[in-house]
Design a protein around this ligand. Sequence first.
Ligand SMILES: [Zn+2]
Length: 157
Amino acid sequence: MTVCSPSGKAQNWTPLALILARKSPPLQFSAIGFSFLNRQPARGSAHLLRAHFIDLTVRLYSCCNCRNHVSLHDDIISKAFQGRNGRAFLFSHAMNIVVGPKEDRHLLTGLHTVADVHCSDCREVLGWKYERAYEASQKYKEGKFILEKSKIVKENW
Ligand SMILES: [Zn+2]
């Protein structure tokens, strides 16, 4: 589809609404929002926007404190982890979170470099991110997230 950008130049792109309408059956979304990928763009370049939309058919986990959506059920790698306060889940991804400073911690499975993970809305500590594992058998955890079961609640189940 060809549309005109604000500068009057024709550009080929597909508006988000069209992408969604093409899905069959149509998906329902509870929220569509945008955030900046580059809040302060270099001189002469444009702001980049990222679209966020929440599919109502997807099973989510939310922050126990403010119900901010923080992870998807489909991203669970393991439910057999130990957090600070009991059981915890290992996720391949997390969203709407803030990653704190890195620190070395001796965990049950050896030395790791980890960073606490906070809810981006209420700042509750939800778990941690594995930045680095020192033992070969633990490398699969690098870049993954531990969220404590007691800090997240199910949404859309
Ligand atoms: Zn929260």
